[in-house]
Design a protein around this ligand. Structure first.
Ligand SMILES: CC(C)(COP(=O)(O)OP(=O)(O)OC[C@H]1O[C@@H](n2cnc3c(N)ncnc32)[C@H](O)[C@@H]1OP(=O)(O)O)[C@@H](O)C(=O)NCCC(=O)NCCS
Length: 159
């Protein structure tokens, strides 16, 4: 598969939202049993197309897209706060998982974070993706109080 990686443009916000919404519903949601699925659903109600647009407008966010032809098949977003970076989104369009796209997106955003002198990466992982992130090198700091996500972190070495 020929995949290209590029910085997101503001005009991409609707397609990025579709990737997130479809990926969350068709991949992540399946790992949520009934005690936590309502929390999961509420979380995505707030993540509207306007919310994605605002994240693209915010200069503290960096968004990288994976594209197959003209189609966005995945994206990752880094939110910068001084020397800490939060991976706020990483979603692959269903049908394109398992092709290393997520891993390549992560490697690219990690390089960006190091260039920005970030020394710690944080993220809240959906329940399905914990072992994936642990394989990328994140340390698990446990579940958030409502049990719907794990808090993960990774120390970065300065370049
Ligand atoms: C989790 C996700 C980002 C991984 O991206 P991907 O492009 O499918 O992953 P890659 O192809 O880079 O995977 C590399 C390896 O991790 C494995 N892997 C993928 N998803 C995994 C998961 N949920 N749990 C454990 N391992 C996983 C792959 O099988 C592959 O293993 P291999 O190298 O032995 O073949 C993607 O599946 C996704 O978008 N999931 C739904 C949304 C989501 O949960 N996002 C995280 C929100 S915090």
């Amino acid at each position: 598969m020929n995949i290209e990686f590029e910085k997101a443009k503001l005009s991409d916000y609707k397609e990025i939202h579709t990737v997130m919404e479809t990926s969350a519903r068709e991949i992540s949601r399946k790992s949520y049993h009934k005690e936590v699925v309502d929390t999961f659903d509420k979380f995505y109600v707030e993540k509207t197309t306007d919310y994605i647009k605002q994240t693209l407008e915010n200069p503290n966010n960096h968004t990288i897209l994976a594209k197959s032809g003209e189609r966005i098949i995945g994206f990752i977003q880094l939110k910068v706060n001084k020397q800490t970076g939060t991976i706020s989104h990483l979603y692959i369009l269903p049908g394109y998982e398992g092709n290393s796209v997520g891993t390549q997106l992560f490697k690219r955003i990690k390089v960006k974070a190091m260039q920005l002198n970030i020394n710690k990466l944080m993220l809240e992982s959906t329940l399905n993706a914990l072992s994936y992130y642990e394989r990328l090198g994140f340390k698990n700091n446990g579940l958030i109080p409502d049990g719907s996500a794990y808090i993960l972190e990774m120390e970065l070495e300065c370049v």
